[in-house]
Design a protein around this ligand. Structure first.
Ligand code: GDP
Ligand code: IMO
Ligand code: MG
Length: 429
């Protein structure tokens, strides 16, 4: 058996949560390989809506094992809060949820540092979710982070105090009052208390060597789906640095974030919205600042699942999509939110950019500093409601043409189509 992968091809929020949940009945194991509570993965079924941040999106299915891999960073307070919600749907969730001992912990001081660094950047801020992602991964690479497996060690509190004290010295160099600082509305000192309470509660959860579990599961013929967070254009190496997140969101992240050999990667599902969105700062070549952009935001309900911030909206960018397909070796495309385009007579897709009077068809290194003019193709819209469709045979010809146009440009088949947030609104092509 091989490990299939599903990951975002744009700037995140492509609908990964919805699609992972819809695919889960086909898999024995769902495994998150990177990111942390900066993610917000939405699942809707019947009249329920649930947003997951750290727990994999297969957790609502009782017979599936869910793994939080070594590449993920965990805030115990957020994890426990999320678990309580999950347990209202799946009371035995902790029986089938395994956490890597090697996953790093987000400490309250990491969250404070995130806020401190963002504040110090002023207008040049990244627009971080302020979940402590960059400081936690920095400590990991600095070889001083604290891992889930350390929770059970005698010197855990000592390690915590040491690392916190070290960062407090750094914070004191900034115009930042730690005692006045609030994390999710809670004063820093009180958040620390809650953090330790959450650590105690976490002790009943199953910490294991997930790389061994996963490789043994593969050998035993189990089917595994690796779930990505964020998107390729936020990747630490291939996004428009520094407007990126702090992990490898791309397919290579599955190998390092779960301990899966590259030779064991199977299908790579690349998921994209039928248009583009981005939350936070950074370049976005097809961004729309007009009524069309406002309409996409309104109809698509484009507000961050984690922070509630409005998402910037624009037309589908095929230059960026092709780049993402290349980097990930995508074998199957998944297109979501085509229903949001139902009221547009004409759709646009960017097939090239003009930068400094030169036409280019790839994402340049200096995207941040460049004035990018997208070159658009006009495509006839379907201009009718599609979210009520029950059978794929009912989709309008113009939507079929939009699909074929994208497939031809990107050279990969779209094998799944999502026409609404609900589990049921998912179709094989
Ligand atoms: P993720 O981070 O990739 O899991 O995506 P988010 O959950 O942050 O954002 C996607 C949003 O779009 C959520 O509110 C989903 O419920 C919703 N969604 C997913 N697929 C579709 C779709 O095909 N159509 C519509 N209208 N909404 C969708
Ligand atoms: P999901 O998994 C959309 C963005 C932030 C910011 C940048 C860095 O739901 O698709 P960070 O908190 O990681 O330091 O923020 O990345 N960002 C996301 N945008 N969806 C996400 O996750 C994101 N996770 C981080 O807005 O611009
Ligand atoms: Mg999201």
């Amino acid at each position: 058996m091989k490990v299939d992968v599903i990951l975002g091809l744009q700037w995140g929020d492509e609908g990964k949560g919805k699609i992972v949940d819809a695919l889960t009945p086909q898999y024995d194991v769902i495994a998150r390989f990177q990111g942390g509570p900066n993610a917000g993965h939405t699942i809707e079924f019947d009249d329920h809506k649930i947003i997951l941040h750290t727990i994999p999106s297969g957790i609502l299915h009782k017979n599936t094992v869910n793994i939080i891999g070594n590449g993920v960073v965990i805030d115990p307070v957020i994890l426990l809060k999320e678990l309580r919600v999950v347990q209202t749907y799946n009371p035995t969730a902790t029986d089938t949820l395994f956490i890597s001992k090697r996953a790093h912990l987000i400490l309250p001081i990491h969250r404070a540092l995130d806020a401190c660094y963002e504040k110090s950047k002023g207008d040049a801020k990244i627009g971080s979710t302020l979940k402590g992602i960059a400081p936690t991964y920095s400590d990991k690479y600095n070889r001083k982070g604290i891992r889930v497996g350390d929770i059970l060690r005698q010197d855990f509190v000592e390690k915590y105090n040491q690392l916190t004290a070290e960062h407090l010295k750094i914070i004191s160099l900034y115009d930042f009052d730690i005692l006045q600082h609030r994390i999710d509305g809670i004063p820093f000192k009180e958040y620390e208390q809650r953090w330790f309470e959450a650590i105690e509660e976490m002790k009943v959860m199953q910490f294991i060597d997930t790389e061994i579990y996963l490789n043994e599961a593969l050998a035993a013929g189990k089917s595994i789906l690796a779930e990505g967070a964020q998107g390729t254009l936020l990747d630490i190496d291939f996004g428009a640095y520094p407007f990126v997140t702090s992990s490898n969101t791309i397919c290579a992240g599955v190998c390092s974030g779960l301990g899966i050999p590259p030779t064991k990667i199977g299908k790579v599902y690349g998921i994209f919205k039928a248009y583009c969105t981005r939350v936070g700062s950074g370049p976005f070549p097809t961004e729309l600042f007009d009524d069309t952009g406002a309409m996409l935001q309104k109809i698509g309900n484009e507000f961050g699942s984690t922070t509630g911030r409005p998402r910037r909206c624009g037309w589908l960018d095929l230059v960026a999509l092709k780049y993402a397909v290349m980097i990930n070796g995508v074998t199957d495309l998944v297109m979501t939110k085509a229903d949001v385009l139902s009221s547009f007579e004409i759709l646009k897709t960017a097939n090239a950019y003009t930068i400094n009077k030169e036409n280019i068809t790839y994402l340049p290194f200096d995207l941040n500093e460049s004035i990018v003019e997208p070159i658009y193709d006009d495509i006839q819209g379907w201009n009718q409601q599609v979210d009520t469709i029950n059978d794929i045979a009912e989709i309008p010809l113009e939507l079929k043409n939009y699909i074929t146009f994208i497939e031809k440009n990107v050279n990969v088949r779209i094998s799944l189509l999502s026409l609404g947030p609900n589990r049921k609104q998912t179709f094989n092509l």
